[in-house]
Design a protein around this ligand. Sequence first.
Ligand SMILES: [Zn+2]
Length: 234
Amino acid sequence: MPSLPSALYTVQKLEIAVDKARARIETIEEQLANDEVVVARRNALDKIIKDYHHTQTTITDLELEISSLAQKIKEVNELLYSGKLKNPKELTERQEEVESLQRRHKTLESRLMTVLTESEEKNKQREAAEEALSEAVTNQKQENIDLIAEKESLQEQIADNLRKRKSTMKSIPDREYKNYRLLRKRKNGHAVAPLKGNACGLCGVSQTTSSVQDIQEGKSIIYCENCGRILASV
Ligand SMILES: [Zn+2]
C-alpha cells in the first residue's frame, strides 16, 4: 500500500495526463471539423466559378444583341436600296441610322472579344483552383487518418489512466482528496511535489531534517515550508 502523499502524487500524475489528453482531443476535433486550407480553396473556387458564369451570361447577352443589331442593319440597308424611299431627307436619316447601328455593332463586337478572353482566363483559373482544392482535400484526408489514429490512442490512454486512478483512489480518504483538489486549484495544477534530496521538487527550497524524515516515512501530510505543496517521497 503506498503512503498517502505518494498515492496523492500518483493520482496527480494520472489526472494531469488525462487533462492533457482531453485538451489534445478537443484540438484534434476542431481540426477535423474545419480544415482551413480546404475551406479557403473551396471558397476561392466558388468565387472563380461565379465569375466564370457571369462572363458566360454576358457573352450570351452580347451575342443576342449583336445578332439583333445585324438583323436591323440588314433591314435598313435593304430599305435604303429598295427604291421605296423617295424623300432625300428620309434617305439621309436612314443612312445615319445605319451608320449609328454599325458603330454600336462594332463597339459590341469589341466588348464581346474582351469578355471572351476574360472567360477563357476564368476557365483556366478554374482548372487551377480545382486542382489546388483536390490537392488540399487529399492532404486533409491523410492528416485526418493520422489525427483519428492519435485521438483513438489518446482515448485508450485516458481509459487506462482512469482505471489506474480509480485503483489508487481506494487508498485515499475522501477528506484528503478534497483537500488535494483545493490545493491543486490554488497551486497551478500541482498540489503534490516530489521530494528531491531534501528539497521540494517544485520550488527547490530545502526542508528541515525532521520534515524530510517525516516525508520519507509517509505517515502524515507534510507541506513544503515555502510553496505549501504536499511533499511526497517518490
Ligand atoms: Zn515547494
